[in-house]
Ligand binder design. Structure first.
Ligand code: NAD
Length: 475
């Protein structure tokens, strides 16, 4: 097989977005290979080697996997950093420990999933059991490769399923490493199959496969729509979609009282993973009374972020995932500027790796209503700032998007915080912080950000299990 043709759909070329260096070229999984993997997974599921193992024993294997991930934490961090251009410090302190915690948390939950007993009369017993779906699939994005894998591998395997996992084209290596560690931990062959392949080929084959009973997708809203259509046109597999966002950060007039903490959180919300983050707080909505000071401090902080080689520990801003992504972001910002918006940006430092897809942290004010920077998920280090004077106006601006993934609210006033939290249309609202909660809290979007079930917490098991009623006549 040739590995030189970048457009060849039989090859996956993984390049470092910071340098343009080819990291690896893998054979890309074909639709036929997806079907074969599903058939193999079905046989393994039916054998009961994993699905009928006492949950406590499944937990032991997954706990060993978490220990092995801990052993290989640095290697895993490097794989995601090189493949996705993510700053290594983010991978070391966020993605990898989060992924380990996730596998451990779901392992520990494996033997704590109880069924229910219905409140019947004396002549019957209504048992409601919770069972694995069977062969299930997950399709991943490139922005949090290992972390998103762990959110899906943990509950899917803890519940007893056989999982087919398709990483994004750009970032397959940490998932492949995870699968090797799972084998080392004692997971039976065929329970976790990683299928590195192209979305329209391997991803679409998973969405259409008749043996796949449930599919959990994280990625863009456009792809989510296609997957739902494919599932509807084939076997009606259960689909859950975690998709894009355009999340607001609402700053009430008293928010400056939080001092540097406010600005630090705003920066993290806006620029973590270069803004290529589904929950990125990409729309700052600030009360008119504090707008001038907030803008000055926020822009100064954005300009001070260290842009550079993602391998360096002090780097906060690496490259975007590709030149095409960088060009899309630049085009939206240029269009806003042409329409009269003001662009606050530091420019890029010299000495960056030449072939990298870098774009500087950028703040946009005065963007015209309905411009792409205000309405589209740009997936880059670009934040708009808008002002409001009343709470009602803040809510109207916050909800003026087709997305509903996350939001943050900053105020010292508890009543205001509660009112805003209730009225913002989002699956996760954080108050006086930028946060998605921890592994014990459900995570999922509203509106066109999500569909079909949450990730994290025991709520995640709804994606990966199905209930059965067993009705017994007792006399
Ligand atoms: P994407 O939709 O382009 O790709 C996601 C995955 O879908 C990839 O594995 C890709 O190969 C696959 N795919 C592409 N076409 C397909 C098809 N026709 N059928 C089946 N699979 C197909 O998204 P991306 O660019 O990798 O990731 C960025 C997006 O992910 C952003 O919109 C971001 O907001 C979203 N995201 C959401 C969450 C969340 O939890 N809500 C988390 C991370 C990222």
């Amino acid at each position: 097989m040739t590995v030189t043709d970048a457009t060849d759909e039989t090859v996956l070329r993984v390049t470092n977005p910071a340098t343009g260096e080819l990291l690896t070229a893998l054979p890309a999984v074909s639709a036929r290979q997806v079907a074969e993997a599903a058939e193999r997974a079905q046989r393994v599921f039916e054998s009961g080697s994993w699905s009928r193992l006492p949950p406590r024993e499944r937990a032991s294997v997954l706990l060993r996997l978490a220990d092995l991930m801990e052993r290989d934490a640095e290697a895993l961090a490097r794989l995601d950093s090189e493949d996705a251009g993510k700053p290594i410090t983010e991978c070391r302190t966020g993605d990898v420990p989060g992924a380990i915690e996730s596998i451990r948390w779901f392992a520990e939950a494996a033997d704590k999933l109880f069924g229910r007993l219905a409140p019947t009369g004396p002549d019957h017993l209504g048992l409601i059991s919770r069972e694995p779906v069977g062969v299930v699939a997950a399709i991943l994005p490139w922005n949090y490769p290992l972390a998103m894998a762990a959110w899906k591998v943990g509950p899917a395997l803890a519940a007893g399923n056989c999982l087919l996992l398709k990483p994004a084209e750009a970032t397959p290596r940490s998932a492949l490493h995870l699968a090797r560690l799972a084998t080392e931990a004692g997971l039976p062959e065929g329970v976790l199959t990683v299928l590195p392949g192209h979305g329209p080929v391997a991803g679409a084959a998973l969405a259409r496969d008749p043996l796949v009973g449930a599919l959990s997708f994280t990625g863009s809203t456009a792809t989510g729509r296609r997957i739902l259509t494919d599932a509807a046109q084939t076997n009606f597999k259960r689909v859950s979609l975690e998709m894009g966002g355009k999340s607001p950060q609402i700053l009430m007039a008293d928010a400056l009282g939080f001092g540097d903490e406010l600005i630090d959180n705003m920066i993290e919300a806006a620029f973590l993973t270069m803004g290529q983050n589904c929950t990125a707080g990409s729309r700052v909505l600030v009360h008119q009374d504090i707008a001038e000071e907030v803008l000055a401090r926020f822009v100064a902080a954005a300009k001070s972020l260290v842009v550079g080689d993602p391998c360096e520990p002090e780097t906060r801003i690496g490259p975007l995932i590709s030149h095409a992504a960088r060009d899309r972001v630049a085009a939206a910002v240029d269009a806003a500027a042409a329409a009269g918006a003001h662009i606050h940006t530091a420019g890029l430092p010299g000495g960056l790796p030449g072939a990298g897809a870098y774009y500087p942290p950028t703040v946009v004010t005065g963007a015209p209503v309905a411009s792409d920077v205000l309405t589209q998920e740009l997936f880059g280090p670009v934040v708009t700032v808008q002002t409001f004077t009343t709470e009602a106006e803040a809510i109207r601006l916050a909800n003026a998007t087709e997305y509903g993934l996350a939001a943050s609210v900053w105020t010292r006033d508890l009543d205001t915080a509660l009112r805003l939290s209730r009225d913002v249309q989002a699956g996760v609202v954080s108050v006086n912080a930028y946060s998605e909660g921890d592994i014990s809290t459900p995570f999922g979007g509203w509106k066109q950000s999500g569909f079909g079930g949450a990730e994290k917490s025991t709520a995640a098991f709804a994606q990966w299990t199905r209930e059965k009623t067993i009705w017994i006549r007792t006399r």
